[in-house]
Design a protein around this ligand. Structure first.
Ligand code: CMC
Length: 446
């Protein structure tokens, strides 16, 4: 097979999801076909490979989807080479600096930043769906008291599907909207109760007068004997952290949610599948793993030994919070996160020795040929652990916080997929490398 690009001038007059005049010609066993090239509003062009199978009987092979666009999306744009992240066109730095998490949720779900009235209505709807059914509370008692809170999240969030199953019609706009509101509203309550259960403390009901992030902090840190008092600097820091995590294009957990729901399955159960995927240390679990790694390194003196381990191909150890499939430059979220980390520690007057270890580790790694040649930079998880610890969360809750913030991304991507007229059940193919046909052998002859 040979592949070469066509040469026609590109038509960008209407540059949203358009087929360009360029094509890619493919020759296989003497037959030549042209594959259409699609161009989006930004980012690399994409080859439509459907004719490869229809006309040449070929599939493509791309383990880990390193070169595959699985869908069209208007939500999030990443330029990994330049270190750019935008939600619906808005740079992440601007949203984190000037916006709040709820308006970011509105933006992701509905396409535009809300005006005051839209914001108030949205806030009101979310606020009025934060309570869990009393029967839901009983699910927690079934978990071992030392269960990882992510295990509890998977189970309890999935259990929401049993409370909202027959009532959901995913093909109906209103049905999708109310499910979206419920998922966003209930996720912090479920997460706070996972924390409370592990602590052996009573669940704290949500309060309607509190803003989303403050309500979450109160549900985590209030106890019946002493109410939680808001520290606006810390609430704002968590809100920024939530904005940074809100969506991230077609990552593993989001693709999991899309694939699971492409069969028309219950969205609560599909988001539970997303939570499972997020849990892994190569994805959202990296924030917990990164802090544990910094604690294990413990002091600046020990950094070189750990860097050597990270470079050794025979050692499974990797520098957690470093590297990214898409960013081959500094992760723009990590930059904001580092700033938030300094703000929080300074505000609380904490001198965390792990911050010194992290900064020195970053400095040495960024000068090292191994990391430079592979474009490995700190990602969002590198500084988030130190920040979340300073906010009072145990390491086991770090990925849970990621899940709370990412819920809107999963939900917005689910909606986009259901509303996409090109949507089909996700069904990848394979390169079969197993045995060729052989005949059954009776057991006494094997
Ligand atoms: N430490 C040491 N070497 C690394 C690291 C690392 N953290 N990350 C990548 N490499 C090396 C890797 O060994 C490979 O080397 P070589 O070319 O010699 O075989 C090269 O860099 C390319 O890595 P890869 O594994 O092919 O890249 P990938 O795109 O499949 O993996 C990643 C991306 C994020 C899973 C990986 O960088 C990693 O495991 N990082 C640590 C975990 C982490 O911090 N994850 C959080 C990602 S950001 C949060 C989120 O959005 O989920």
């Amino acid at each position: 097979m040979s592949v070469r690009g066509g040469s026609d001038v590109r038509d960008r007059e209407n540059n949203r999801n358009m087929t360009s005049k360029e094509t890619v010609r493919v020759t296989y066993k003497g037959k030549e076909i042209e594959l259409p090239v699609l161009h989006g509003t930004d980012g690399p062009d994409v080859v439509d490979i459907a004719p490869l199978n229809k006309e040449l009987g070929l599939f493509t092979y791309d383990p880990g989807f390193k070169a595959t666009a699985s869908c069209r999306s208007e939500l999030t744009f990443i330029d990994g080479k330049k270190g750019i992240l935008r939600y619906r066109g808005y740079p992440i730095e601007q949203l984190a600096e000037h916006g709040n998490y709820l308006e970011t949720c509105y933006l992701l779900l509905y396409g535009e930043l809300p005006n005051q009235q839209q914001y108030d209505e949205f806030n009101d709807k979310i606020t009025r769906h934060t309570m869990l059914h009393e029967q839901m509370m009983r699910f927690y008692q079934g978990f071992r008291r030392d269960a990882h809170p992510m295990a509890i999240m998977v189970g309890v969030f999935g259990a929401l599907s049993s409370f909202h199953h027959s009532s959901i019609n995913v093909t109906d706009d209103k049905g999708r909207d109310i499910s979206s509101i419920r998922m966003l509203a209930k996720m912090p309550t479920i997460a706070a109760y996972a924390y409370k259960y592990a602590k052996g403390q009573p669940f704290i009901y949500p309060r309607n007068e509190l803003y989303y992030t403050s309500n979450f902090l109160r549900m985590c840190f209030s106890v019946p004997t002493e109410d939680w008092h808001e520290d606006p600097v810390l609430s704002r820091a968590l809100d920024k952290i939530f904005i940074l995590h809100a969506d991230h294009e077609q990552n593993a957990s989001t693709s999991t949610v899309r694939l699971a729901s492409s069969s028309g399955a219950n969205p609560y159960a599909c988001v539970a599948a997303g939570i499972v995927s997020l849990w892994g240390p190569a994805h959202g679990g990296a924030n917990e793993a990164a802090l544990k790694m910094l604690m294990e390194i413990g002091s600046v003196k020990r950094i070189p030994a750990y860097l050597e381990r990270a470079k050794d191909k025979n050692d499974p150890f990797r520098l957690m919070g470093f590297g990214h499939r898409v960013y081959k430059n500094y992760d723009p979220r990590a930059r904001v996160m580092q700033k938030v980390c300094h703000e929080v520690l300074e505000h609380l007057g904490i001198e965390d020795p792990l911050l010194e270890v992290a900064m020195e580790l970053e400095r040495i790694a960024l000068e090292d040929d191994y990391f430079k040649s592979r474009n490995l930079y700190p990602n969002i998880d590198f500084y988030s652990g130190i920040t979340l610890r300073a906010l009072g969360f145990p390491t086991s809750m770090f990925t849970v916080l990621f899940a709370v913030a990412r819920t809107v991304g999963w939900v917005a991507q689910w909606r986009e997929m259901i509303e996409d007229p090109e949507q089909k059940i996700g069904r990848p193919r394979q390169l079969y490398v197993g045995p060729e046909k052989r005949d059954y052998i009776p057991m006494d002859q094997r």
